[in-house]
Design a binder for this molecule. Structure first.
Ligand SMILES: *Cc1c(COP(=O)(O)O)cnc(C)c1O
Length: 390
């Protein structure tokens, strides 16, 4: 096909658009070792090329039920309200809070990085009175801090915390805090965006009432979906609300009729192809075995750690609370981190993440998540660094 040439005297945008050639875009093949998205398995990418079917087609509903069953198995939960929100991890965060909080409710949010701060922001927007437990970035929230907050705020509706703080690389122990939270009669809300399918996580055994995750971290599916799960205690709170959930789209009392029951009702048009990808990504997790997957993240992390330390990087988080899949490290002294990151991308096609907030310009966040968690990924990155470092 031939396209007319832009006439030389054409200076009118409308005229030039009429003759513009169709644009095309071919993304480069990168090695994704940042804080997400991670590399996707070819089977996950191919899943998205399957034919579209209606989102109320019985075959689609059969597939949604499989997604739900695989999520329940890999989260170690029996919660029947377990499904995928049609929007990214932040929407899972928002779903958890807008449904459980009403104006005037009190809640406690633990903040030790960017995502704890985001939880507090959303809780405040719900009209809740938010008590924050603030901890230095890179550290974890101690049970004693939560205990102290619970004595000041005796009847909180919920306590929210981040399991894997992607901005600092800290892995938060949950069980002890969970006991304190339940003894106070509150619900426990956990951000498992970066932890799910990368590190040990037992939703029911740990007493988590509301959990949300993301598709693009250790699940290695495309960004844009958020697996969520709610306990019966959380559903009870939801059912006894006095006010309407202020978000129409995220109101669980309506969305749940699309994801469960014998009569599925239209709520919104589900992102059909993205859910094909989620299904395939979960199938890969089940094939590997969730526990083997946790072990793989641990083993690859130890290899990365020894390589990085040889190159002069230092870890931000103390060893006991280090997240294996998201490695936050101080760049060696005298190195221009932004320049080095840019050369890794331009010359080696390797993406690593820079620091957020207080850590901007100081640290790197190296993700080894899901498909990006292999010894070869580590060797590629550290091999390139050996050439690039002064
Ligand atoms: C990535 C991330 C989110 C947000 O997920 P999006 O898909 O970017 O909206 C929330 N919490 C944590 C801990 C994350 O790492």
């Amino acid at each position: 096909m031939r396209f007319p040439q832009i006439p030389e005297d054409c200076c009118n945008l409308w005229e030039s658009q009429k003759v513009m050639k169709p644009a095309n875009f071919n993304p480069p093949t990168r090695v994704l070792m940042g804080p997400g998205p991670s590399d996707a398995h070819p089977r996950v990418l191919q899943a998205m090329a399957r034919p579209l079917i209606g989102h109320l087609d019985p075959e689609f509903i059969r597939m949604m039920d499989q997604v739900k069953a695989m999520l329940q198995a890999t989260l170690f939960t029996q919660n029947h309200l377990t499904f995928v929100v049609s929007a990214p991890g932040s929407a899972g965060m928002e779903t958890s809070l807008v449904n459980l909080l009403e104006p005037g409710d009190e809640c406690i949010v633990c903040i030790n990085g960017v995502f704890g701060g985001r939880l507090a922001d959303i809780a405040g927007r719900c009209g809740a009175l938010v008590h924050t437990v603030n901890t230095e970035w890179g550290k974890i929230t101690e049970p004693d801090q939560v205990k102290a907050a619970l004595t000041k705020c005796s009847k909180p509706k919920l306590v929210a915390l981040v399991h894997a703080e992607t901005s600092t690389g800290a892995l938060q122990p949950i069980r002890e805090i969970s006991e304190l939270v339940h003894a106070a009669g509150a619900l426990l809300v956990v951000d498992a965006v970066t932890s799910f399918a990368g590190v040990r996580l037992h939703m029911d055994e740990w007493g988590i009432d509301a959990l949300y995750s993301g598709s693009q971290k250790c699940l290695s599916a495309p960004p844009g979906l958020s697996p969520v799960s709610f306990s019966d205690a959380a559903i009870k709170v939801l059912d006894s609300r006095k006010t309407k959930v202020q978000s129409w789209f995220l109101d669980l009392s309506m969305v749940k009729n699309y994801w469960e029951g014998s009569k599925r009702a239209y709520h919104h048009t589900a992102p059909v192809s993205a859910i094909y990808a989620m299904h395939e990504a979960l199938a890969l997790v089940v094939e590997e075995g969730i526990e083997n997957r946790w072990d793989r993240h641990r083993a690859v992390h130890l290899h990365l750690k020894s390589q990085l330390e040889e190159l002069g990087f230092r870890f931000v988080v103390e060893e006991d609370y280090r997240l294996p899949n998201l490695n936050a490290v101080y760049v060696p002294d005298g190195v221009d981190e932004a320049m080095l990151r840019s050369r890794l991308l331009q010359e080696y096609n390797i993406e690593v993440g820079g620091g957020l907030g207080a850590f901007a310009g100081k640290i790197w966040r190296i993700g080894i998540m899901g498909e990006s968690c292999t010894m070869n990924h580590v060797n590629m990155l550290t091999g390139a660094l050996r050439y690039l470092l002064p």
